[in-house]
Design a protein around this ligand. Structure first.
Ligand code: FES
Length: 184
């Protein structure tokens, strides 16, 4: 090695080292940045939330609670009947609804509506809920999970891409009507 090419080789090695360090930094940094920004991008995606029709309003008489099913928007063609998800539809008045997940808030058994007693009952451990989905008795610590819903062109729609979870509202009306302004 001659003294004259020492510094230039050192600087070339340094540039290569900086390049590789930068590349490794980008490879490691992109997933971290995506993770940090995920709440923002998730909220933005929520704007394209998929609303699924449960059928025309005429299927749901006022003052009654009926079982309905919808096809999961995440299902593929090969899922067949397993893609059908049941839910309970309570029509309070003309365009006010509550849509409950069928699963008990305790351990997820399917609850059944008993119009005679005005209660949802869970067959597994005796959990009971009032007609508005709030907890009546038994092991569940909260009311039934609810879907967001809206009425559009005479059809009842639910926001099915977001399954009700423990973060969902408890027995709170989540109805949005597009046929009438909110104060009409
Ligand atoms: Fe319903 Fe336990 S799963 S009470």
């Amino acid at each position: 090695m001659t003294p004259s090419n020492g510094p230039s080789r050192r600087s070339a090695l340094m540039k290569i080292g900086i390049f590789f360090n930068g590349a490794v930094g980008v490879i490691l940094g992109v997933p971290i940045v995506r993770y940090i920004l995920s709440p923002i991008t998730r909220d933005r995606r929520a704007g394209d939330e998929s609303w699924v029709s449960l059928g025309p309003l005429g299927q749901f008489p006022e003052g009654q609670t009926r079982l309905a099913t919808y096809r999961s928007p995440a299902a593929s063609a090969s899922d067949g009947e397993t893609a059908k998800i049941p839910c309970w539809v309570r029509r309070i008045d003309s365009d006010k609804f509550q849509i409950f997940a069928i699963n008990c808030a305790h351990l997820g058994c399917p609850v059944r509506w008993f119009p005679q007693s005005g209660l949802f009952m869970c067959p597994c451990h005796g959990g009971a809920y009032y007609s508005d989905g709030s907890r009546a008795s038994g092991p569940p610590e909260r009311g039934l999970f609810e879907y967001r819903n809206k009425v559009e062109r005479g059809n009842l729609l639910i926001q099915a891409d977001r399954m009700p979870t423990t973060g969902a509202p408890v027995s709170r009306l989540t109805n949005i009507s597009l046929d009438k302004p909110p104060c009409a």
